[in-house]
Write a protein that binds this ligand. Structure first.
Ligand SMILES: [Ca+2]
Length: 183
């Protein structure tokens, strides 16, 4: 009887170790800093006539952000004050859907920094173009040494005409996963 109990405890402990090991391999640092599912209106994109909430073409929930670009358009999507970053990078994950989008969309992050001038970082989302169904995207913004972000402002830059929907945007401290997206 005691032997069985011991084996059960050992099995549970081994399973726990395996689970912890898997989590570390997949994630490393994976703290969520901010999230937007575009479920409510925001002043951020409301003033941009190219951007709207779409309540029909959603990836999740009741809304997504829809951008109808007739030329170059920049749409602010998140403004996150008072951040504290532990990892050596920031990762943005999102879901995107495109329709006749001529050029790749660019994700722009303006990083306010403790003791330094703000830094503007831009990453081209190579697969967010042409006509595609909802697809996961993952973009990494690497931090430079001794850079301590205090505020993050995220924007989409659509360089050419086309339609774009995005949903479930998350900014992570570090790299949350390695199984999706482009960079
Ligand atoms: Ca949503």
């Amino acid at each position: 009887m005691n032997g069985r109990v011991t084996i059960s405890v050992l099995s549970a402990a081994m399973l726990l170790l395996i689970m912890i090991g898997t989590a570390c391999t997949d994630g490393g640092v994976s703290v969520e800093i901010a999230r937007s599912g575009f479920e409510t209106e925001s002043d951020l994109w409301r003033e941009n006539p190219s951007a709207n909430i779409d309540s029909e073409m959603v990836h999740e929930g009741v809304g997504s952000l829809f951008v109808f670009a007739t030329g170059l358009v920049k749409v602010p999507i998140m403004d996150v004050p008072n951040v504290s970053v532990v990892g050596d990078s920031l990762t943005v994950t999102l879901w995107a859907r495109t329709q006749i989008l001529q050029e790749s969309t660019v994700l722009e992050m303006l990083i306010d920094r403790e003791g330094l001038d703000p830094r503007l970082a831009q990453v081209r989302m190579n697969d967010v173009r042409r006509t595609t169904p909802w697809s996961p995207v993952q973009i990494a913004f690497h931090l430079v040494p001794d850079e301590h972000p205090t505020r993050l402002r995220l924007a989409l830059i659509v360089p050419q005409p086309g339609k774009l929907w995005i949903d479930d945007v998350v900014i992570w401290d570090g790299a949350p996963r390695t199984d999706a997206g482009t960079e």
